[in-house]
Design a protein around this ligand. Structure first.
Ligand code: SF4
Ligand code: SF4
Length: 386
């Protein structure tokens, strides 16, 4: 078939054209913020800002933020509906990955090698890193702050001007030489690091040093900082759902696990994680959908389900709304799981009563069989968190 003459490429596409196309493309697909970084603006950054890791000859990257549904987040934090947020989170991730892939395809058709980087769950597996070290091919977060998608918050999450941290990030890397965008003005960052809702929303202690110590990253001569995080194992212990009861005992995440959270990372790694993991593996799935996490699936044959994410979900630009969300999370009780997997939020006292009525084998799915095992560990208690 002979192509129609007037549809054959005749334009000389400029860097400006492509830059504007990249921005309008992702916004047309629902992105709330977009930024562009280049090899120059990322120079001197950590290995996860090396664009050539995913595409030899790469010159630029387009990073964008897809917003999550605010109503579903509020219902999730109130422990009224877990699954609606799970589904929205899955869909938003899949959409973001698809948009990055489609944008890469568009650029390929325009004559530039390009690749979409998955929104998450992809980790380096090379001579220097194994996937369990959780080093991403490309750090969407770092590219996002350098390119002006958002600011770092105290939590280390990327905060967008419109939706705060309630976004999923994704990136397309290309050999096209796009025009870089500037970081957002630091003085407009709504996080003044004093209210610390993210720390208060975190049962694990992952952010406990965030207020005292900062991590600074320099890219292309500009520095960005966020609060220091502890071991990722600490976040995984809670975020994967092994346990969910806050050290105060007054509230929980969506996880029905009630295992102690050691203060020392070594105790967490050496014993506590394994015990809580064993119980988690035998529990029924929570009712509703799952997340596709290949590392955990390959190791356990199980899918993970969203149960936490509090640090990200409480963080909205409006200070009063942040306070409301934190209060909702902390005042919506603790969850228990029924034998068919369904979840129910209730007061801590009612939950104790419910667990007390379970047979030993079922109860061991949620609480330590032998609390004595933890007696030599320092355990996080009510004073560790606000
Ligand atoms: S929750 Fe508060 S302190 Fe934490 S990153 Fe957001 S605005 Fe900053
Ligand atoms: S996801 Fe949960 S456990 Fe992990 S840092 Fe955020 S609040 Fe803490």
């Amino acid at each position: 078939m002979v192509g129609q003459e007037y549809l054959k490429p005749t334009l000389t596409i400029t860097a400006e054209d492509l830059t504007e196309k990249a921005k309008s493309f992702v916004k047309n697909c629902g992105a709330c913020a977009v930024g562009i970084t280049t090899v120059e603006t990322l120079e001197g950054g950590p290995p996860s800002t090396n664009l050539e890791y995913v595409l030899p000859g790469a010159k630029s990257a387009v990073t964008f933020a897809m917003p999550l549904d605010q109503d579903k987040i509020r219902d999730y934090l109130a422990k009224e509906d877990r699954d609606a947020h799970q589904v929205n989170y899955n869909d938003t991730n899949t959409l973001a990955t698809g948009v990055a892939s489609q944008l890469a395809s568009f650029f390929e058709e325009c004559g530039f090698d390009s690749v979409g980087v998955q929104a998450n769950q992809v980790y380096r597996n090379d001579g220097e890193s194994v996937p369990w070290e959780y080093r991403p091919d490309i750090s969407h977060r770092l590219l996002a702050v350098r390119g002006g998608v958002g600011w770092f918050g105290l939590s280390g999450n990327v905060l967008t001007a419109e939706y705060g941290a309630n976004v999923n990030l994704c990136t397309m890397v290309t050999t096209a030489e796009l025009a870089p965008t500037d970081p957002l003005p630091p003085e407009e960052n709504y996080c003044d690091c004093t209210s610390m809702e993210c720390m208060a929303a975190c049962p694990s202690g992952f952010l406990r040093d965030a207020k005292r110590e900062r991590i600074t990253v320099t890219m292309g001569g500009q520095s960005f900082s966020y609060g220091k995080r502890t071991s990722y194992d600490r976040c995984i212990y809670v975020c994967a759902g092994f346990t969910g009861l806050h050290p105060s005992g007054r509230w929980s995440t969506w996880s029905p696990g009630r295992f102690p959270i050691p203060k020392q990372d070594e105790d967490l790694k050496a014993g506590a994680s394994k015990r809580a993991y064993k119980a988690w593996k035998q529990r029924p799935y929570m009712d509703g959908h799952t997340l596709q996490a290949p590392l955990l699936f390959a190791a356990t044959g199980r899918d993970v389900q969203l149960s936490c994410g509090g640090c990200m979900l409480v963080c909205t630009p409006d200070k009063a709304e942040r306070a409301r969300r934190l209060k909702t999370l902390q005042s919506s009780g603790v969850v228990i799981q029924h034998p068919d997997g369904t979840m129910e939020a209730m007061s801590p006292q009612q939950a104790q009563h419910y667990l007390g009525g379970l047979d030993d084998e079922t109860r061991a799915l949620y609480e330590p069989e032998d609390p004595e095992i933890y007696k030599d560990m320092e355990i996080m208690g009510g004073d560790d968190q606000r």
